[in-house]
Structure formats: C-alpha cells, structure tokens
Design a protein around this ligand. Sequence first.
Ligand code: 48F
Length: 252
Amino acid sequence: MLEHVAISRAIIESYMKELLNSLRLDVAIVGAGPSGMVAAYYLAKGGAKVAIFEKKLSIGGGIWGGGMGFNKVVVQEEAREILDEFGITYEEFEPGLYVADAIEVATTIASKTVKAGAKIFNMVEVEDLVVKEGRVSGVVVNWTPVRMTGLHVDPLTVEAKFVIDSTGHGAQITQHLLRRGLIEKVPGEGPMWAEMGERLTVEHTKEVFPGLYVTGMAANAVAGAPRMGPIFGGMFLSGRKAAMEILQKLRA
Ligand code: 48F
C-alpha cells in the first residue's frame, strides 16, 4: 500500500540529508549552465566536494535554445575532446566545426555531472556572498520563490573554500563585490565577435577576488570581452579550466 506520509518522508529526509551534507563545501558553483556544470563535473571527478545552486527549475542555462531556438550546439575543434569526454554524439559540419543536439548536450552533461558526485540544487538562488577577512568563503542562499513573491524570508548560508560565478551574461555574483567596492569594475560583455570572445572567455576564467572564480559569460562580463553568440566550446573549456586550477589549489 502506498502511504502518503512515507512518500513525504522519503522526499524530506533524503533532501535534508543532502542539504546538510552540503553546508560545508570545497566548491560552491552558482548557475547550472554549460560552464558551471562542466566545472562541477571535473571538480567532482577530481574528488572535490561540490554543489551547484541553480535559481531556475531547470538546469542547462543557454544550452537548450542553441541559436535563436534552433536547438543545436556548435563546438569548435579545441573543445571537441570535451564532447568526447561526456560521450556526446556530434557531426562534423565542416573541418574543425562540430554540431550536436542541444537536448542531448544538456541532459548528458547534467547526468554525468550528478553521477560524478556533484549535487545540483535547483530552485535555489544565491543572493549574496560571504566575505571574511578579504576572502570569499561561502554563498547566501534562498528559495527562488521567496524573491519572486517578495516575501521577507531570511536566507541560509553555505560555506565553501571556493565559489564559482557561472551565472552567465550578468555576472550576478561578482556584481555583489562591485557594489561593495571590493572589485573595481564589471564592464559587461562587448559586442559580438565569436573568435575573440571564445578565446578571451577561457583566458579570463580566473580567480577575480580571493576565493571567487568566474567562468563562461560571467568571465566575459567581468573582463569586458566580446560576446560570441551560439558557440559553446569556450563555455566548456572555461568550466574545465576553473576546475583544474581549483583542484590544484585544494591539493596544495
Ligand atoms: O547563461 P548560462 O548558460 O551561463 P554560461 O555557462 O553559458 C552561456 C551560454 O549558455 C550562452 C552563450 C555562449 O554560448 O552565450 O548564453 O556562461 O547559465 C547561467 C545559469 O546561472 C543561473 C541561470 O538561471 C542559468 O541557468 N543563475 C543566474 N543567476 C543565479 C543563477 C543566481 N543568483 N543564483 C543561482 N543561479
């Protein structure tokens, strides 16, 4: 017999266990777009305790819509090995340019990231950072509906040795440091230039403040680098770069 209370308890107890287990992390990632999920995958594979906080119900960020809603993901040669790492099917469109199904990309990356050991909390918004003694050391989280409904409900806090701002075009997390005068500027992304944007995304993937990394479009926004439109290799490479640097620091 299916007992309603047993179903409720299964949900509450297993969720609470994971939430309690995630209160002290090696890495807290904000945003489950391509760069955030790829970072989480490599971090989890490298043995780090990592969780992603995603404000929407669905993971994937900009992956689902490909370009203008045509749900295809284009990747250049440099990032092909990441498609291979995830076992994603793709076709060579022309030499050095590969195209994959956006739905397969989003679901496969999400699935492998979770199976690698990263926890994704969806519907949880990061509304601020913890900064202690000149270092980012955690995130301030709340249910997304709290902000949407304008309810006055205080948030909770998660400690992390490193935080990654993977929030995309607005670099929303780094903006919290800007408005406190803790960093000088977040110029925002420049106009479209695919080749330069892709290169600079990876180049500007770095620790922008002690304890805070930026990836993907957030890295572009913080550096004032060009947007690149619907090509995703730079997002994947950026996520992997941040993960590898952080793993090295965690092991030091
Ligand atoms: O925008 P998004 O996909 O970030 P990305 O990894 O990739 C960009 C590409 O999708 C594409 C592109 C290049 O091809 O230009 O746009 O840089 O994903 C960002 C995720 O962060 C979530 C947001 O809902 C999205 O899923 N997010 C944003 N702010 C918050 C957040 C927040 N404060 N708390 C939690 N999640």
